[in-house]
Ligand binder design. Sequence first.
Ligand SMILES: C[S@@+](CC[C@H](N)C(=O)[O-])C[C@H]1O[C@@H](n2cnc3c(N)ncnc32)[C@H](O)[C@@H]1O
Length: 262
Amino acid sequence: MMSEDFSAGCGEGFVNPEQRSELSVREQMAQTYAQLVAQRGAYWWYAVREFVLERMRLHQGGKLYDAGCGVGLYTLAIAERFAAVEIFAVDFSPASLQQLRQQLDGSSVGTRVQLFCADITHFLPPAPVRWVLCTEVLQHLPTLQLRRQALERFYQALHPGGELWLLVARHRRWHRRRGIPKEIDERPHGGYFRMRFLPRELLQELRRAGFRRIRLYGAPVPPVRLGRRLPASLWRCALWLERLPVSAYLGEVLIAQAHKPC
Ligand SMILES: C[S@@+](CC[C@H](N)C(=O)[O-])C[C@H]1O[C@@H](n2cnc3c(N)ncnc32)[C@H](O)[C@@H]1O
């Protein structure tokens, strides 16, 4: 683990061997990551990130661990909007953290964000946190054991009563119909692993890690090629839909809110 020092190769020493290939991809894509995901369109970001930030009730203040923060698309939004939140932002990609560091250096919120270069399957923040936020990361952990290890770590990181907010890709019926596999492993070709979750398997793994009072939401976002054409103004409908229990069965993104018992 390393805080605030992203000198060359800081990830190599402790990244789990199953994700070495992903680490090099993340290093290469760090500079373009924000542009790449901006292609999802404004509607996607409102329907997903705004929904999560609204439901987390971050104005209450406290410590937050952003697990697999990447270049900080959530970290920055939270730090800028919620002055009472202190953030531990963690990623195993030094280049991604460097991007985030540069943005923080140019802003007034930098002092409330601590960056760590570490593997989320091992990392524990320096103090217990009120929230763990993990967006689009669990789906890249290539074995069940690593996914379980990460969830167990998240559980340990929280103080009693704390909340995990998890965002993953959802496996849908149309994926099955079109023969799109639940798991795609591009590591043998220099890429990375990615998978989609079923609501029931996510529930099962969260319960196994000790979480209770679990609620699943779904963001009604269509595949990116369609979603980027939707007007951002539709996001208000999306936020309304997402609050309904049925939303867990809508859209491409599955969001879980899970509590560590008091
Ligand atoms: C798809 S990006 C998501 C980034 C960010 N959470 C977001 O939503 O914009 C996945 C990120 O997880 C990081 N990551 C994947 N596995 C990790 C691990 N085991 N430990 C730390 N970071 C990891 C990658 O480096 C990458 O930055």
